[in-house]
Write a protein that binds this ligand. Structure first.
Ligand code: 5AD
Ligand code: SF4
Length: 427
């Protein structure tokens, strides 16, 4: 039996799809990229913006048109909140808290809607399929209720996984060749609340694991991002020097309307502390333009922050009204054209900054963890500690999982090109 899976959305969704792939393949299913030969078609959906949400409906329509006989499964964030609507177009609907239902589907795909408010066992260790670099959930859900955001509704209330489960999962991964873990949570800085254990404690624990080379994490919420965490990043050799710290807006008025829990000044203070303590570190962010009541003045304050921080990359989005959220009913909604102009402005500015940042690497020697073949023929690809893709010439004696020293020779639009200098092997 064959299955086809299509994934939309963030790393959490990617990880969930990986769980599904693991469960099905362990139970004798084969993954296919040919829709026509699929017995089971799975679409993992994202609800963060309206455009993303609509994709699940168009995608299911498209896939059904190509293969009318397959059983269709809708899963993910849209499935969690719109299960009724989806049950009219899909045979099986699986929410974000019921991934374990795939153990039953693997045996016998029965029609049904499987939605729960909470996961039965958040500590359960689901299978992995990726090797060198792996995603590991450390917590599920979110309690922040930013006024634009649907995630607390699609992923439920925040719950931390026990450190024993996380450590066990990482140990198993290491035994199977993993060298880098990306610890995942909507707000990793609040990990451990209720467990008497903090995210920094967890980093110290994971850093001790032999055979592991790198630790990354995402996403950090600026309101909980602490000096202790920066110190841990500085002091722990495996923790990579990169933070994803979504600012969303540079205007205090808008930040308040968004219910973010910090001011621009507090945010910048933390960024400056990070830059001072970890000068080689990289910072990325998310920005929303055109939030209700955002004036040109407010927007220009966001532009100013982008210029001040000089993000390595930023992901900017036009504000999108989401069901269940406070902001959808706010006065002063912004028209589409203004949103688009602001988005273009910001993206052009960021492209210049990214280019400048990438060029700064030329001539420098960086540590690259090899992940495999590059898209370009005859080249290998990996990432440096700052999470930037580095491509370099193929050599027979180099394999995925090796850590190399690479001299950067050229900056492309979003990645770097380099030459191996020394240290081929596993150190
Ligand atoms: N409209 C636009 N962007 C949004 N994001 C979250 N909700 C919305 C929304 N309603 C963005 C935020 C978040 C990223 C994952 O998606 O910037 O950090
Ligand atoms: Fe990820 Fe949020 Fe999209 Fe769900 S709605 S897939 S949590 S970005």
């Amino acid at each position: 039996m064959n299955f086809y899976i299509k994934t939309f959305g963030c790393q959490m969704n990617e990880r969930d799809s990986e769980k599904v792939i693991g469960i099905l393949t362990q139970n004798g299913w084969r993954m296919t990229s040919d829709i026509k030969e699929a017995d089971l078609i799975i679409v993992n959906s994202c609800a963060v913006r309206e455009k993303a949400e609509n994709k699940i409906y168009s995608e299911i329509g498209r896939l059904k048109f190509k293969n009318r006989n397959a059983t269709v499964v809708a899963m993910g964030c849209v499935a969690q909140i719109n299960y009724e609507k989806l049950s009219r177009v899909a045979h099986i609907v699986i929410g974000t808290n019921t991934i374990d239902e795939f153990y039953n589907i693997a045996k016998n795909p029965q029609k049904g809607v499987f939605i729960k408010e909470r996961m039965d066992n958040p500590d359960y260790i689901f299978p992995h399929t990726k090797s060198v670099s792996a995603f590991v959930d450390i917590m599920y859900g979110c309690n922040n209720f930013c006024t634009y955001c649907i995630v607390p509704f699609t992923r439920g209330r925040e719950i931390s996984r026990k450190k024993e489960a996380i450590i066990d999962e990482i140990k198993k991964l290491i035994d199977n060749g993993t060298r880098e873990v990306m610890l995942l949570g909507q707000n990793v800085n609040s990990y451990g609340k209720g467990l008497n254990y903090s995210f920094v404690d967890l980093l110290y624990e994971v850093n001790k694991l032999e055979g592991l080379k790198r630790i990354r994490f995402t996403t950090s919420h600026p309101k909980d991002f602490s000096k202790e965490l920066i110190e841990a990043m500085r002091d722990l050799d495996k923790v990579c020097e990169h933070i994803h710290l979504p600012i969303q807006s540079g205007s205090n008025k808008i930040l308040k309307l968004m219910r973010r829990g910090y001011t621009k000044e507090e945010y910048l203070e933390k960024v400056m502390m990070f830059k001072e303590m970890i000068p080689q570190g990289s910072i990325t962010t998310d920005i929303i333009v055109g939030f209700p009541q955002e004036t040109e003045e407010d927007f220009l304050q966001t532009v100013e922050v982008v210029k001040t921080v000089e993000y390595d990359t930023s992901f900017s989005f036009k504000y999108s009204k989401r069901p269940l959220t406070k902001a959808k009913d706010m006065e002063g909604q912004i028209d589409e054209e203004t949103k688009l102009n602001r988005l273009n402005h910001l993206q052009q500015l960021q492209a210049q900054i990214t280019q400048k940042k990438l060029k700064d690497y030329v001539g420098r020697i960086v540590e690259v963890l090899v992940e495999g073949k590059a898209k370009k023929e005859g080249m290998l690809a990996g990432r440096n500690r700052q999470n930037i893709v580095v491509n370099f010439d193929f050599r027979d004696n180099i394999k995925a999982g090796d850590c190399l020293r690479v001299k950067i020779t050229k900056a492309l639009k979003h990645s770097l090109i380099g030459e191996i200098t020394e240290g081929v092997g596993n150190d």
